[in-house]
Design a protein around this ligand. Structure first.
Ligand code: GLU
Length: 481
């Protein structure tokens, strides 16, 4: 390593590690942000450190107080609990504007910054004339003073900046490719790189773990840390999440809001576990692991460098596994929000918890997300099932459907009302006409539940009861003509 490089690398401070998560409120909480937050939280827990939440709310045009609440709610949902002793904040970047400006003035006083009066048009013209893109340091030695319209720029030193990154290893930047960047705009307002670093410095952050898109900012930020007289933090840039086409997840193309998954009935432990498998794998032969073992196991150095596919199908499969790991009682509680009167598709007074408890074990084994639950059980609580016409026509297409359903109905009228006996009726009726049980279930199911899919049929009928089952079969037979 050349001398110039090693000079630019400082050592990391020791003591309590202080991680931070620094989202900009944007109106929704990106799943990638959730993963970054989790990395920081897990590292803080594992190293008995602190997780600082800093809301980077300086862009007033993109700022709404409820978005901050959305961030807190989303973090709480994935278990990042603001009452935990490892949690500190939230801090608001907008409250620190004076500190940012004061730091810029210190950089000026120490010779690390200078004022410039060029407009962006003038900068562009100069770049065009010289054939070199960007700002050329024109005002470095012009001794300009603070004035409206004068921006303050950082004097980028010559040499190389080496960023030591826990995920990516050593990343070198030739300083000649980095222009003297703006610290304070012509109107005096601080730019992102200044505010971000000054906040990290004043919050004694030791570890910056964030999205890869910030890697290009890092050499500038590292220079600022050093110019401000502080040892640089440990950096880690986490690869982006991509969709099936390997394109970066975008809110226009993809479902990226954590809230959407929560509202569809992904449960938090499944989401946490799934997010942690993106670009990292727990040791052992299963990816479904307890949070505590993730905390014990997780290492930034084992995070993959390449982008990670956010696979909604796999997330749902994880979720299904988590639902099946629950006790029935836990599952019933988890379902509650989806069965609330404002969400459920049946009149509130028809819902019967004891009926739901009987069908719940059969639903639990069949759903991937909780929002599927109401459609699986509504046949038990609506006065009249809404028949899916396409499913009905298909189930009654065969000649045997009506006569066999009629015989089933006749036997259902007197048989012992339990699922084994009901199944036996359908099996025996089917066998006599050489129709397989699987096929013969279709008209029975559509007649009684309105749909072609649902919880196991005979258990469902057992819960529905004889009278209602017969009434619905009669109605279906009339409809079938
Ligand atoms: N506020 C920045 C963002 O949301 C994060 C900056 C950082 O983590 O350093 O992208």
């Amino acid at each position: 390593m050349r001398g110039a490089r090693s000079r630019l690398v400082s050592t990391v401070v020791s003591g309590t590690p202080r991680y931070r998560f620094a989202p900009s409120p944007t109106g929704f909480f990106h799943v990638g942000g959730a993963r970054t937050a989790l990395y920081n939280w897990i590292l803080a827990l594992a190293n008995d450190g602190i997780f600082v939440l800093r809301i980077e709310d300086t862009d007033e045009s993109r700022n709404e107080p409820q978005w901050t609440q959305g961030i807190l709610d989303a973090l709480a949902w994935i278990g990042i609990d603001s009452s935990d002793p490892h949690f500190e904040g939230p801090y608001f970047q907008s409250a620190n504007a004076e500190t940012h400006v004061a730091a810029a003035h210190k950089l000026l006083a120490d010779g690390h910054a200078y004022y410039c009066d060029l407009t962006s048009e003038q900068i562009q013209e100069r770049a065009k004339a010289s054939g070199k893109p960007g700002y050329d340091g024109y005002s470095r030695d012009r001794g300009l003073t603070a004035q409206p319209g004068h921006s303050l720029r950082f004097r980028v030193p010559t040499g190389t900046t080496v960023v030591i990154d826990e995920v990516r290893g050593q990343v070198e930047f030739d300083n000649s490719t980095i222009e003297d960047f703006v610290l304070l705009r012509g109107n005096g307002s601080p730019v992102f790189n200044l505010a971000n670093v000054v906040d990290d410095v004043s919050m004694s952050i030791t570890n910056v773990v964030r999205a890869e898109e910030h890697l290009p900012n890092t050499p500038k930020q590292q220079m600022l840390w050093q110019a401000l007289g502080h040892p640089v933090p440990s950096w880690a840039h986490v690869p982006v999440l991509v969709n099936e086409q390997r394109k970066k997840l975008s809110k226009r193309r993809d479902k990226v809001a954590l809230e959407q998954y929560r509202d569809e009935g992904v449960v938090a432990p499944a989401m946490v576990n799934y997010l942690m498998t993106l670009g990292w794998a727990p040791t052992g032969d299963t990816e479904i692991v307890e949070f505590a073992s993730i905390v014990a196991d997780f290492k930034l150095s084992s995070v993959n460098h390449s982008s990670a596919f956010f696979d909604v199908k796999k997330l749902n499969a994880f979720n299904g596994e988590y639902l099946r790991k629950m006790t029935v009682e836990q599952f019933v509680v988890a379902c509650e929000p989806w069965l609330a009167p404002d969400k459920a598709p049946w009149p509130a007074d028809r819902f019967d918890q004891s009926v739901f408890l009987r069908i719940a074990p059969h639903v639990q084994t069949r759903v991937a997300v909780l929002s599927e639950v109401p459609a699986m059980i509504d046949f038990l609580f609506v006065a009249d099932v809404v028949i899916d016409s396409a499913a009905f026509d298909k189930a009654f297409a065969a000649d045997w459907a009506r006569p066999l359903l009629r015989s089933i109905r006749d036997q259902f009228a007197t048989v012992d009302w339990n699922h084994e006996a009901l199944k036996n009726v359908v099996e025996v009726v089917g066998a006599a006409s050489d129709v397989k049980l699987g096929k013969l279930q279709a008209p029975v199911r559509v007649a009684t539940t309105g749909r072609s899919v649902g919880p196991p049929l005979f258990e469902s009928l057992e819960v529905l009861g004889r009278d209602e089952t017969l009434r619905r079969i009669d109605a279906a037979l009339t409809r079938a003509g």
